[in-house]
Write a protein that binds this ligand. Structure first.
Ligand code: ADP
Ligand code: MG
Length: 679
């Protein structure tokens, strides 16, 4: 009898036992085809391969016990629809009672004298061991590692296992996606072996090998996709500039640019003259002067008759950029406009018409800038600030506004090179690795709570000199008790140590216009001291603020401490950061030490990576990369580096993945970057 074969693209209903109704349930899990079912990876496994003796089982935890049934008790019918079945089983030295609720089917299958593997929570009271509602496997079963799938109501593990098994045996086109030499060099297993063993591992080693291959493949596709996007950007012809002199702009500045700033401007100019689209990341630590570089680019664009759009993630930052850019560019006859969501319709319309008729040279705004109703006369340059908050897809969408305008992305999060290559792999990188001259180092101390009063006294003396200060209290999102404590903290200090001063409170639970109002008041020096949670915006520039106090500093990671400290030291005054913590832990002390020793964001981020792994960077979804099915960028960092290297080599050879031999790779990349992207 011929076994019917299936293709990965076949509808899931081609499998046995799956009709329309079940297909709907599978759809909820994102599975519509046989191939997608094979990619529904288990979220965990039950490992029956190394059972625990009853005497060594961890009470109240899930345990696997190998035991032989010695006795079956009379079923007890408690009430209608509830029968309890009990049996006794022994591991050779100890007995346990097994309780099964309502499943006569399971109870009947268990035979006295036979050995089984029981998986369940074991409770111990006195000398009696008892396991309730276990999963049971035949003692001589060959599949000792069983997959646990993500489920939805109406589907059971057993059904999924059957269907996946059927899909595995019947699908005849699980074809190799990775190039042979990539597999060989990275010692990966073949694709069919990987799928078979990710679902039904032969043993733990096979599972490991299968996982590694699939994780590698996913990160490889991701890395390829990023690099192809980068190549794509380069291939599009684009608006070119001819007039490349920024001298008048440089001469108008009250300061001289740092070498790093000059180099970055030159790199941008060189990109924009090439006839291909610029796709550049400007990465610089807080205070390194990214805005001036952006302004120089906008200046040059304007000299070439092109408009610039600058997009900021929040209204506060948009307003701040608007003011800064106006200051730099208005004197040179360049018109800067602001467009934000909170403007009235009339105001918005006015600005929009200026953008449409080309009178506005530089438009600054929030995402409101990129609504459909907005159009530009001749958009040549798109600058986005704090880019790590926008996703790769969004990045691609923004540039759809003009005829492939040049793109400059500014990020204030110094991240190690390996990570930057992943998160910003679709961009070229300019580094501002030098701070403007004359900046004094922020003096930093880590102290215990006993020194709090002294720290407050110091803050007061700074406020008396006309400066301003921040006190940051950590708050875990949605923790009401934390919120209460920040509110209470602010109230307490405003009634005691800082009674004489104007104290404001800023936290994430405030409505956004209220947040903006308070932040603006602080910027205008209508407040002396701002007690805040971490919502103190990255990028907010209040040069008059000179002291940052960080409470419970042990609750922040290094990079976050660095970001917070970067709120001060932005003006001409000596600035200070005091981290308060009563934690005596080794790790905490180590972090404080690094903070007091260096203010170099790149060094700090490298150290953070070393100390905590890349979770800090990949923990949240802020990186905006496609969602991974099996890889965890924080856990699988080593694999990521290898995958990245392999992808670079491949793209060097076939930049567009257009060679016939790379067809399945391109398909894989497309799948990962989903329909929303323009790959
Ligand atoms: P960031 O890179 O954090 O966005 P900003 O662009 O806000 O930094 O610049 C921080 C401050 O440094 C601003 O007040 C800016 O005017 C000033 N600045 C920028 N470049 C220089 C320079 N080369 N020399 C002196 N001050 C500078
Ligand atoms: Mg900035």
């Amino acid at each position: 009898m011929a076994i019917s074969t299936l293709k990965a693209g076949d509808k899931i209903t081609s499998l046995g036992r799956i009709g329309q109704k079940r297909a709907e349930l599978y759809k909820k899990l994102g599975v519509e085809t046989v191939g997608e079912l094979l990619k529904l990876f288990p979220r965990g496994y039950i490992d029956y391969s190394s059972p625990t003796p009853i005497s060594e089982a961890v009470p109240d935890e899930m345990n696997v016990i190998a035991a032989t049934v010695t006795r079956k008790l009379m079923p007890a019918r408690i009430r209608k629809g509830m029968t309890i079945y009990k049996l006794v089983a022994t591991d050779g030295r100890h007995d346990m009672t097994v309780t099964i609720y309502n499943s006569q089917y399971l109870f009947d299958r268990l035979v006295v004298g036979e050995e089984y593997l029981f998986y369940g929570k074991l409770s111990l009271s006195g000398k009696k061991a008892d396991m309730q509602s276990p999963l049971v496997l035949q003692g001589d079963s060959e599949e000792l590692i069983q997959p646990i799938y993500p489920l939805t109501e109406g589907l059971s593990q057993a059904m999924l296992r059957l269907s996946v098994r059927e899909a595995l045996t019947k699908t005849d086109d699980i074809s190799e996606t990775l190039p042979k030499d990539v597999i060989r060099k990275n010692e990966l297993c073949a694709v069919r072996y990987a799928y078979e063993n990710i679902h039904f591992p032969k043993d733990n080693h096979a599972l490991l090998v299968a996982r590694e291959r699939l994780i590698f493949e996913e990160l490889f596709m991701l890395s390829l996709g990023m690099q192809v996007l980068k190549q794509r950007g380069k291939q599009q012809s684009s608006v070119t500039i001819k007039n490349t002199s920024a001298e008048p702009f440089f001469e108008s500045l009250p300061f001289e640019l740092t070498n790093a700033q000059k180099r970055s401007v030159n790199e941008c100019v060189a990109d924009m003259t090439k006839g291909v689209q610029m796709n550049r990341l400007l990465q610089g630590d807080v205070g390194s002067g990214k805005t001036v570089v952006a302004a120089a680019c906008a200046y040059i664009a304007a000299q070439n008759g092109m408009q610039t759009a600058l997009m900021a993630p929040t209204e506060i930052l948009a307003i701040q950029h608007y003011k800064t850019l106006s200051g730099f560019l208005n004197p040179l006859g360049i018109k800067v406009c602001l467009l934000t969501g909170s403007m009235t319709q009339k105001e918005k319309n006015e600005i929009r018409s200026l953008m449409e008729n080309g009178e506005c040279n530089v438009a600054v705004g929030t995402h409101a800038l990129f609504q459909d109703s907005v159009s530009f006369e001749n958009l040549g340059l798109v600058i986005t600030d704090e880019q790590h908050r926008f996703g790769v897809n969004q990045r691609a969408r923004l540039s759809a506004k003009g005829k492939s305008p040049h793109r400059l992305v500014m990020s204030a999060t110094p991240i190690p090179r390996t990570l930057a290559l992943m998160v910003f792999g679709d961009l070229d990188i300019s580094l501002l690795d030098e701070l403007p001259k004359g900046r004094s180092q922020i003096k930093t101390w880590g102290v215990s709570g006993k020194k709090r009063e002294g720290a407050f006294g110091f803050v007061a003396s700074q406020l008396d000199e006309g400066r301003q200060a921040y006190i940051v209290c950590p708050m875990i999102e949605d923790s009401d008790s934390d919120l209460k404590s920040v509110v209470k903290y602010a109230q307490t200090v405003s009634e005691t140590a800082f009674k004489k001063y104007r104290v404001g409170l800023l936290h994430g639970k405030l409505p956004s216009d209220e947040k903006d109002r308070i932040m603006q008041a602080f910027k205008n020096h209508e407040l002396d001291l701002l007690v805040a949670t971490t919502v103190v915006e990255v990028g907010v520039d209040v040069p008059n603020a000179t002291v940052m106090i960080i409470e419970n500093a042990e609750r922040f990671g290094l990079s976050q401490l660095h970001q917070l400290r970067g709120r001060v030291g932005r003006g001409k005054w000596q600035s200070y950061c005091i981290m308060i913590s009563d934690s005596m832990s080794e790790e905490c002390r180590h972090r404080m030490e690094i903070m007091t020793k260096t203010t170099d964001g790149f060094k700090i981020s490298e150290e953070d990576l070393r100390l905590r792994g890349p979770g800090e960077f990949f923990g949240s979804r802020q990186h905006g990369l496609p969602r991974m099915k099996i890889a965890d960028m924080a856990q699988d960092f080593e694999v990521m580096k290898r995958a990245q290297r392999a992808a670079s080599e491949l793209v060097a050879d076939d930049p567009e993945l257009s060679k016939p031999c790379n067809k399945s790779l391109l398909a894989g990349v497309r799948e990962l970057f989903d329909k929303g992207s323009d790959l």
